[in-house]
Design a protein around this ligand. Structure first.
Ligand code: TXA
Ligand code: MG
Length: 316
């Protein structure tokens, strides 16, 4: 189920186009839509396979956690826990180019969206077409910028078509984006921290908070050292295992006898969709070591292997 050779529909920003975009998203398809910052590549955030396809379509070599887009503050409360500071920031800057990283309401979105973390990034965009598409979808929508990995973020539908035509189901054309820069990301656990500068100036946040906003030490919040421990199961893990020892449980791939299989059919999109579920399930099963079948190092296999290596890395 790779995303190649899909016919990409270019939808108009009218009632029909919005209804079509919403229905496609709800049904698990990939749809790019404009926000005030950049064009996002949207997928139903509750659908593991749809979220896995985002990484496949972008050719991402690792599973960064994604931002969940919702049409209202009320919808955001269904996904994340808000404290007083979160409430204050949300009422001051939503809808708008601010993303808040908050404690996840477990089970509200696919674990692939938050890359297995216990927090989730959420935002309520202000672009009327984005809001209309999100309302039509009726589900939370995970959306990174709609460019192939390593390329610059798209601010027009034509940019999205150039980069992703043939890999996603649709693009809805809302003209050029106003801000042209990704949203500002603020983390709140425990104290407000700037995780990524972006379309909302830091000064505006500091005025609202009544004090300076510390900047996160690392520019890349998904740097291996930083998040590795969150993903790591308690049980020791061994990778690229063809013959598991008798004390190991096998996380399989392809036609192998195992405890849990990422994809019997050897489908990397299916394997990505199952990855965090299966890791959590095996980890819940106790102290027995986990062995993992070899995963091919192409397509989503690169991201899966990257994540497995971090999960298996010794903890310091
Ligand atoms: O303007 C934007 O924010 C655009 C438009 C489409 O809305 N979206 C966007 O999404 O830039 P994306 O997926 O490229 O940004 C995801 C970034 C991650 O790389 C990470 O920096 C941060 O959001 N992030 C997401 N979840 C996080 C979490 N649980 N903890 C820390 N950082 C997180
Ligand atoms: Mg991006």
């Amino acid at each position: 189920m790779a995303s190649e050779n899909v016919e990409t529909e270019l939808l108009r920003a009218d009632a029909d186009g919005i209804a079509r975009a919403g229905a496609l998203l709800a049904g698990g398809a990939l749809v790019s839509f404009p926000t005030e910052t950049v064009y996002g590549l949207g997928a139903n955030a509750t659908d593991d396979t749809a979220v896995a396809r985002i990484f496949d379509a972008k050719g991402r070599p690792h599973f960064n956690p994604l931002i969940v887009h919702v049409p209202s503050v009320e919808a955001a409360r269904g996904i994340a826990e808000f404290d007083d500071v979160a409430d204050r920031l949300a009422s001051a800057f939503w809808p708008g180019p601010l993303t808040l990283v908050l404690p996840l309401k477990v089970g509200s979105v696919s674990p692939l969206v938050s890359a297995g973390l216990e927090t989730v990034a959420v935002r309520v965009p202000t672009h009327p077409l984005a809001v209309a598409v999100l309302e039509a979808a009726g589900v939370p929508v995970a959306a990174p910028s709609a460019n192939p990995s390593g390329r610059i973020s798209p601010t027009e539908a034509a940019h999205v078509m150039d980069g992703l035509a043939g890999r996603i189901e649709a693009v809805i054309d809302g003209g050029a984006c106003d801000v042209g820069l990704e949203s500002t990301i603020v983390g709140l656990s425990p104290a407000p921290t700037l995780l990524r500068p972006g379309g909302l100036p830091t000064e505006a946040l500091e005025a609202c908070l009544g004090g300076p906003l510390p900047v996160h030490a690392s520019e890349d919040v998904v740097a291996p050292g930083q998040l590795a421990s969150h993903y790591a199961p308690d049980a020791p893990m061994r990778l690229n295992v063809v013959e598991p020892r008798s004390d190991e449980r096998l996380l399989g791939f392809g036609h192998v006898e195992c405890d849990l299989n990422l994809s019997e059919a050897g489908d990397l999109v299916e394997a990505a969709a199952n990855l965090f579920h299966h890791l959590h399930a095996l980890d819940a099963g106790g102290e027995m070591p986990i062995a993992v079948s070899p995963i091919p190092q192409h397509g989503l296999g690169r991201a899966i292997n990257d994540r497995l290596r971090r999960a298996a890395a010794p903890r310091g």
